[in-house]
Design a protein. Structure first.
Length: 478
């Protein structure tokens, strides 16, 4: 920006006597002294010289009103400036006037270089650059995670319904272990077992035992689900089922065996040697209490990460154990003492439920350490989508698809159902395997969390504000 009135002022100022080339040898000294004049004062003097005084009031046309000439002080200052001082003052004045008038609106990252690429300076961005900018704005907006969650939740809904429907809607026996006592090698006895396997769409694995007592002991150890005692050269069959071993398996055998016996000419008698408790006629109460322990276990860990974010790693493990112990007690007391649905071995059932809740909670904490805010996805997949349908609580393992029947025993929900089922219905025949599975998940989760605890989003050291951190803030600067 230039001042068009400057040359006019200089021309009128040079007409004063003594201002020409005969100024003498003192002109150089005057110019040198004038070069040190304050820039800001000169700019203000120039601005004042440009503003005319108020027009006098009174009648008459505006064209007849006199406009006073510029002030002599401004004329004198301009006359004595060197070209260098004038250029410096001109630049300062342009910036100050332009900024006061609001004519400069430039961000620090905008380039005025004409050779800069489109969109980096004064030139407008191209279509591709505008598209990239819109995408980046969308990625940084709250709509991006919301859209991702919409898709994830829709997929989770389908997977949830599909996993339970696949495992439980139409249970079919794949490999049914049974015990056989008596004349199983007779023609009618073998024909009965073969026809029973064909009617069930599976092969009935018949294990021979020397006596009925040995076969019933195998039922107590949960190695077989039923006992076929063939009498009178295979013409009479006594079927001992165990509803406690698996209500769905027992119901299936009770329906199929008499029909097959009528086809091959064998009389079949069905007995339940280990029935379910009266408060749980369908055998689902154990599945429900195990499901509650699993879900409340990782939901509790989620709530700790949200509402108690500043807990240290050791404190987080301790509080997870605390709500697991209290939660296990609450579940057992509600089902046994309050509702009377199950007659639980209270101490053992409480310990199983507490261990299940702790393993589930620490599993979420482990995934939260590894994958951050998306920890719910693998936790939900392991515990709910895969673990609960394959646990054997709603549908016994022999009726599940083969892969689920094997995988379910190695996951916390299946191990919890197995341990609880044995504790309630097969006292004195408890196995160490389900406890080792639960303890293994808990220990591995704690070890992973402790090893990579610096990656966990919680902790008091991460809650410190920048001004309170050592070496920052006014205190550190002082």
């Amino acid at each position: 920006m230039t001042f068009p009135w400057r040359n006019d002022v200089l021309r009128r100022g040079t007409g004063r006597p003594g201002a020409g080339a005969g100024a003498g040898a003192g002109a150089g000294a005057d110019v040198e002294a004038e070069a040190d004049v304050d820039v800001e004062a000169d700019v203000e003097a120039e601005a004042e010289a440009r503003v005319p005084p108020p027009m006098p009031a009174g009648p008459g046309p505006r064209s007849l009103r006199r406009v006073p000439p510029p002030r002599p002080s401004a004329v004198r200052r301009h006359r004595l400036r060197t070209p260098e001082v004038t250029a410096r003052m001109s630049g300062e004045g342009e910036r100050q006037v332009a900024s006061r008038a609001g004519q400069v609106r430039r961000s620090p990252d905008v380039s005025t270089d004409p050779a800069a690429p489109p969109g980096s300076g004064g030139t407008p961005p191209g279509p591709q650059q505008r598209d990239d900018g819109a995408w980046e704005r969308f990625r940084n907006s709250p709509f991006w995670p919301a859209c991702v969650l919409v898709l994830i939740l829709a997929a989770a809904a389908g997977l949830f319904a599909g996993s339970y429907t696949y495992a439980m809607a139409n249970p079919t026996p794949r490999n049914l272990p049974t015990a056989v006592v008596g004349g199983y090698d007779q023609a009618r006895g073998r024909a009965f077992l073969d026809e029973l396997g064909r009617s069930l769409g599976s092969s009935v694995r018949a294990r021979t035992y020397p006596s009925r007592a040995a076969a019933l002991d195998a039922v107590e150890n949960q190695t077989v689900f039923a006992v076929f005692e063939l009498r009178d050269a295979g013409r009479d069959v006594v079927l001992d089922v165990s509803s406690a071993s698996g209500a769905s398996v027992a119901e299936l055998l009770e329906q199929a065996a008499p029909q097959v016996g009528a086809q091959v000419g064998v009389r079949v008698t069905v007995r339940d040697v280990n029935p379910l408790q009266n408060g749980d006629p369908r055998g689902l109460a154990i599945f429900y209490i195990s499901l509650a322990a699993v879900i409340i276990g990782f939901v509790g860990a989620i709530q700790l990460s949200v509402h108690a974010r500043s807990l240290t790693p050791l404190e987080r493990i301790a509080f997870t154990l605390a709500y697991a112990v209290l939660g296990g007690f609450a579940i057992a007391a509600t089902v046994d003492w309050l509702l009377g649905a199950l007659d639980l071995p209270f101490a053992e059932s409480w310990a199983i439920l507490a261990l299940t809740m702790f393993a589930s909670g620490m599993t979420f904490t482990m995934f939260n350490t590894l994958v951050g805010r998306w920890a719910m996805l693998p936790t939900w997949g392991v515990m709910v989508l895969l673990g609960n349908p394959s646990s054997g609580g709603a549908v016994s393992w022999p009726l599940l698809p083969s892969a689920l029947g094997i995988i379910g025993r190695w996951l916390p929900p299946g191990a919890s159902v197995n341990a609880q089922h044995t504790a309630v219905y097969f006292a004195g025949h408890q196995h160490a395997f389900p406890f080792l599975v639960l303890a293994g998940w808990a220990l591995v989760s704690c070890a992973v969390f402790w090893t990579w605890r610096h990656r966990h989003p919680g902790g008091r050291e991460k809650e410190e504000s920048p001004q309170d951190a050592p070496g920052t803030g006014t205190t550190a600067e002082a």
